[in-house]
Design a protein around this ligand. Structure first.
Ligand code: ZN
Length: 197
């Protein structure tokens, strides 16, 4: 009889120390980094996310996986969406935001590390992203819409920041109870969500 071997995927949840650390830059794209990238893409897909940062699977390195659709309104598309969205799922290494637009906007965010909690976060509408791809290409482009938002959210993870750390007092009060429940639940389950597939 033939059995397909099952894989175990884990995502760390709010309260885990690794999510509070500043992740280290990747010195070189080695086979281990490619393996990490593959595991990140699989984890992002299995947990049904549009982005995942390496610390979310317990690895404190500056690596981000993205799977973001471009804006539907073609007139609103930024260069970043035109360049990057067709390549998704895409893993970027050592991403940086070179600058952010002065215009900001509010949008509801969620996070695989903060399951079932959603709240509005105000962020710049567009950011200039610089990053490296796994095949060593340098990306430098302006990213707006959902992509710009997702990049800012994921890069925050690399600096130990969760979206719930960026809420207004009012929004923080709204999620305080479920967030405390999540922290309590996490403390009893090693701050891990697990899926076997
Ligand atoms: Zn997140």
């Amino acid at each position: 009889m033939l059995f397909r071997s099952k894989k175990r995927y884990e995502v760390r949840t709010a309260g885990d120390e690794v999510l509070k650390e500043k992740a280290l830059p990747v010195p070189a794209i080695t086979p281990e980094i490619r393996e990490l990238a593959q595991r990140m893409i699989e984890s992002m897909q299995i947990f049904d996310g549009i982005g995942l940062a390496a610390p979310q699977i317990g690895v404190s390195l500056r690596v981000v996986a993205l799977d973001v659709p471009a804006a539907e309104d073609a007139a609103k598309l930024t260069q970043g969406e035109l360049e990057l969205c067709p390549q998704m799922p895409l893993v970027v290494v050592n991403p940086e935001i070179l600058f952010a637009s002065p215009e900001v906007g509010e949008r509801e965010e969620g996070c695989l590390s903060v399951p079932d909690i959603y709240a509005p976060v105000t962020r710049p509408l567009r950011v200039m992203l610089r990053a490296q791809t796994l095949d060593g290409r340098l990306i430098e482009c302006e990213c707006g819409n959902l992509l710009g938002r997702c990049i800012q959210h994921e890069l925050d993870h690399l600096d130990g920041i969760l979206f719930v750390d960026r809420l207004t007092q009012e929004a923080a009060a709204e999620v305080a109870r479920p967030l405390n429940q999540l922290l309590h639940y996490g403390s009893k389950h090693n701050f891990k969500r697990v899926k076997i597939k």
